[in-house]
Design a protein. Structure first.
Length: 348
């Protein structure tokens, strides 16, 4: 009779259920801090419940969005700084939701890694919770997947899922017409797109993430990990004040490709590039990478993270409101007859 082999365990295969349980315990306070009207159950169940009537809706239409952070994750991994990447994840989803006229209600995250490091994962989820708080959304669930063999040591991936609502008949865009004014809200930097090109430029310059940033105080890694701005609360305030006809989140594709997504058929946009100063981070990348203006405007936000299309007679009042909400607001152009985005002047 042959000897029995030692019994295998899930932990021996590389999956630590106890670490996963410890993470859930660690992140519960962060999730609880995001509670808002409508939340019926928190973390721990097989699903999370949300009551739309308790959230104040009579005849709601649900709006959903999902996104990730792209290769910006590589900078977080290589620097070991996980403090802001969760905010990026939330912002990329909720900023899209508000462009439809929806209020973000709740958020779920998916975190996958080869070996779960509880401290790092807790820091990431804490950042997600902070992003949810800034958006007024509740963090009501998620999934942590430990998958040995799928990811190299230290690597991980993130995905986010946001659900929002609006009353029926209030969807945006609506009524966009030539003559409407384009109000640009300043970005906080590169946000979360174009990072494959960012990383190529940094590599080409022979720099490391701990090198001093050529365009700002502090290290290059800290500068490029500046989180995506969450525009939700100011945008919702503007929508509720009246006169907003569309919003465009300026992510991959830049102004060139994102503005046309919210314009009515046969309408275009004329943008005055002299209306704002190109932030130093973009000016440095343009010089270091030899990027022409068209490439810069199509790959990055170039300093404008969100555009509101507003009725001409509401532009001044909405500008004042957005400034009161803490935004830097610039009148960058107007809606025109024609197709596509045209530029006058130059970025400087």
């Amino acid at each position: 009779m042959s000897e029995r082999k030692n019994g295998l365990t899930y932990a021996a295969a590389g999956v630590d259920i106890d670490a996963g349980n410890a993470l859930v315990d660690r992140i519960k306070p962060h999730a609880a801090a995001t509670n808002r009207p409508g939340v019926m159950s928190g973390l721990g169940g097989f699903g999370a419940l949300f009551d739309l009537k308790a959230a104040g809706y009579d005849d709601p239409v649900l709006v959903a969005a999902t996104d990730g952070v792209g290769t910006k994750l590589k900078i977080a991994i290589e620097t070991g700084d996980m403090s802001t990447i969760g905010r990026d994840l939330v912002a990329m989803c909720v900023n899209d939701l508000v462009c439809q006229g929806a209020e973000p209600l709740f958020f779920l995250d998916y975190f996958a890694t080869g070996k779960l490091e509880v401290e790092a994962a807790t820091e990431i989820v804490a950042g997600i919770a902070e992003g949810c708080t800034r958006a007024g959304a509740a963090l009501i669930g998620g999934e942590t997947a430990e998958m040995p063999g799928m990811y190299a040591a230290g690597d991980f991936d993130l995905a986010g899922f946001a659900v929002g609502a609006m009353e029926r008949g209030r969807a945006l865009p609506a009524g966009v017409a030539p003559g409407d004014v384009l109000l640009g809200l300043a970005s906080d930097g590169v946000h979360s797109n174009g990072y494959s090109l960012v990383r190529r430029i940094v590599e080409q310059e022979g720099l490391t993430w701990d090198a001093p940033a050529p365009f700002a105080e502090g290290s290059l890694g800290v500068a490029f990990l500046t989180p995506t701005r969450v525009y939700v609360k100011p945008a919702l305030a503007a929508i509720r004040a009246g006169g907003v006809r569309a919003l465009a989140h300026i992510t991959g594709g830049g102004l060139t490709e994102n503005l046309p997504r919210v314009l009515s058929e046969g309408a275009g946009a004329a943008i005055d590039l002299g209306a704002w100063t190109l932030p130093p981070v973009f000016a440095w990348m343009a010089r270091a990478g030899g990027l022409d203006q068209a490439e810069l405007l199509k790959t990055f936000n170039a300093g404008i993270g969100m555009v509101l299309v507003v009725a001409p007679d509401r532009a001044e009042a909405l500008t004042d409101l957005l400034v009161e909400e803490g935004e830097a607001v610039l009148c960058i152009g107007e809606v025109t007859d024609g197709v596509g985005v045209s530029y006058t002047g130059g970025l400087g």
